[in-house]
Design a protein around this ligand. Structure first.
Ligand code: SAM
Ligand code: SF4
Length: 336
């Protein structure tokens, strides 16, 4: 970098230091709350190449991004994904980037865990909504729980810290979440529970799936002693410690609590579209400026312009009457 970039400050004075990159919209699962079974994916020709993704993320890092999360779809099913991870890891070595991490369904972890650790990845999130193999197959449609468990074993063996992310689903896993928490904490893993968000058309009715976490927390408090702690990972989760397990539990409540005030993140899709808010449709195309010139000036300008439009917050609502999602795109486009 031959000039000092002032960084990315949005109109509400929030410094943008966290970039989530969805490296593919494809996935080897079809979780019922995330995708329809017969999803139509983007044509491969629309995807940014790994070299283009590297160039784009590098510009964001030069503009002040300190934490980068790869997500998807399933990030580990993108062809040659480890090439991109290896490339980005040079920014960890230089100190420009503080953390490189990913969110995964765990299906490919046994294959990649050691290499991820070797690239400087220290912590990962693994999404898992049940410990029952049959229910796991039912909710993911295509997933295999023992394979994910192997992946978790491999990741822990490689020294990666794991956080388990579970989506709270009414009448599906609400009664099982205490047991999952005991299991996660017993293996030294944090756990975060997420409210379902109304994103994208799916085959089911979202009002049937929605479970407010305020209710779940009250249920958990009948069995456990939860103490609020100020622990922050740069994300929207609010954490408690659980006296009985000695572990940490997070709650992500986009529906019941507005987590926008301290939002420091933006999301990039695998086609180079930048979403400034998970819960809004406004987006900026970065692929055109990326391809228009070999230098990065156009791109840097387009990013500044987009950050200047970052909205104050979202207005998710699960509409009982229209049954329409609040946001038309699926979570797999922006990766959560
Ligand atoms: N495939 C990877 C995985 O499952 O971890 C990464 C992408 S996935 C879209 C990221 C996270 O979003 C997962 O934890 C998943 O459970 C969550 N998710 C997907 N659809 C959601 C929805 N409608 N509401 C809330 N969370 C959702
Ligand atoms: Fe795939 Fe993750 Fe969506 Fe499940 S939540 S379908 S694993 S992208």
């Amino acid at each position: 970098m031959d000039f000092q970039d002032p960084g990315m400050i949005d109109p509400f004075g929030r410094a943008i230091s966290y970039l989530r990159v969805s490296v593919t919209d494809r996935c080897d699962f079809r979780c019922t709350y995330c995708m329809a079974e017969d999803m139509t994916f983007l044509p491969k020709r629309d995807l940014l190449s790994l070299e283009e993704l590297d160039r784009l993320t590098t510009v964001f890092i030069e503009k002040g991004v300190k934490k980068l999360r790869l997500t998807g779809g399933e990030p580990l099913v993108r062809k040659n994904i480890m090439h991109l991870v290896r490339q980005i890891s040079r920014h960890l070595k230089s100190g420009a980037l503080e953390e490189l991490t990913l969110t995964t369904n765990g299906s490919q972890l046994s294959r990649f865990a050691a290499e991820l650790a070797d690239c400087g990845v220290k912590r990962i999130n693994v999404s898992m909504d049940t410990l029952d193999p049959d229910k796991f197959h039912a909710i993911t449609r295509w997933g295999n729980l023992p394979k994910v468990m192997e992946g978790i074993d491999a990741a822990q063996k490689a020294g990666l810290q794991i956080k388990i992310n579970a989506v709270a689903l009414k009448d599906f896993n609400d009664h099982e979440l205490p047991e999952m928490m005991r299991w996660a904490h017993g293996r030294g893993m944090d756990m975060t529970i997420i409210e379902t968000m109304p994103m994208g058309e799916i085959d089911e009715d979202r009002t049937d799936q929605y479970l407010p976490l305020s209710l779940l927390r009250a249920q958990l408090e009948q069995q456990f002693t939860l103490s609020d702690i100020p622990f922050k990972t740069g994300g929207p989760a609010r954490y408690v410690t659980v006296s009985e397990t000695g572990g940490r539990l997070g709650f992500i409540t986009p529906m019941t609590h507005n987590f926008c005030e301290s939002c420091n993140r933006v999301r990039l899709t695998c086609t180079g579209t930048l979403y400034m808010c998970l819960g809004q449709d406004d987006a900026a195309d970065l692929r055109a400026p990326l391809r228009q010139s070999e230098g990065n000036e156009l791109l840097a300008n387009a990013i500044d312009e987009a950050i200047g439009r970052k909205p104050k917050g979202h207005d998710f609502i699960i509409d009982r009457n229209s049954k329409k999602p609040a946001v038309a795109r699926h979570m797999s486009v922006t990766g959560g």
